[in-house]
Ligand binder design. Sequence first.
Ligand code: ZN
Length: 444
Amino acid sequence: MEMQGEVDGSGVPLAVLLKRELCNQKVEKPDILFGEANKSKKGEDFTFLLPKCRRRPTPAEGDSEDASGGGDDDTISVFAIFDGHNGSAAAIYTRENLLNNVLAAVPPNLTSEEWTTALPRALVAGFVKTDKEFQTKAARSGTTVTFVIIDGWVVTVASVGDSRCILESAEGSVYFLSADHRLDSNEEEVERVTASGGDVGRINIAGGAGIGPLRCWPGGLCLSRSIGDIDVGEFIVPVPHVKQVKLSNAGGRLVIASDGVWDALRFQEALNYTRGLPAEAAANRIVKEAVGSKGLRDDTTCIVVDILPPEKLSPPLKKHGKGGIKALFRRRPSDELAEDQMDRGCLEPDVVEEIYEEGSAMLAQRLKINYPAGNMFKLHDCAVCQLEMKPGEGISVHGNVPRHSRVDPWGGPFLCSSCQLKKEAMEGKQHLTNSQSTVQPVLK
Ligand SMILES: [Zn+2]
């Protein structure tokens, strides 16, 4: 048998993989260092900085925290930017409620790995629930959300709108972790919004061609997804793009910023300004340069988060000129590099591994049961708001998909009737819900 040169599907020699497994047991959680900076014009940007919190939702008053679990391994870090528009009510409401809604949507008693796997679906549920509950406040406003959860070396980013999160790995490669939900640059979203009943176009000046970016009418919103914006239309959905990656234990740097920064600076530019600076100074520099180049035209906010090998309290070294924007893909280190890494001990090759990415606006797609963690979720809880339902009460998320579709329209996951109405409204089918609904209650 040839063991020597054996490789797995990714081209990494088996010996390296085995070594990596052994090393992983000893690899501790990274150190998280962060800083933020903001120049305010409208006062509608908000940040959320939580370097350490439990994986479980904050218990309601009267609930006792169960004694099991806990300890350092149970902690995550959460960083977020909310860029509000038409007022700050949606941004403030989301800042206060989103994290708990997400954490409450992860089934209890999961292992660490299961928790990570369940997180993307919980993010979808938490975003939709937060949007739905904000609607009951009847406040006229909306917000972008760029929501970053760091769990060990795994970074999960859920985003709606046009605030963005980029990652620079320790080796100097740049990865986009958020989506761009600007109508002007996202054709797929224009099609979705139009098909759901939205009217997309530019501002028309008398007799002339349209000017400015593509907007959704009435209202004139430039974004296709947000939390809030009930007055604009249900087709402006809160379903987030979710991307989950695992950093090597060499770490990396995250830059999370509102459009005030990205309208003024290119990604590489922003990163170049931060070379050698610790997180706080890096965030300040980015905001200073953004405002310096275009003036203070919008709220301009930046969070920089360094994910560092434990006890190495300095920003990771960057090799100049090696960067360049890349689509996210698994890079295959040469055998030579891998051997070199092995000789140096337990450092993994600098590989940012994509674990998960999904951006569909359709809940049926985002909550589907054949999702890797599907069987971890309780079948009789509403997949969005977690309401416990009696058998027969739930409505399958696949209930109104065409019959020729391969998914089982009678299978779960299930929604409560209120979340089902929300789903249909987001898909532009609001008018069907009372009279001609094709949806039947199941689970008799
Ligand atoms: Zn529900």
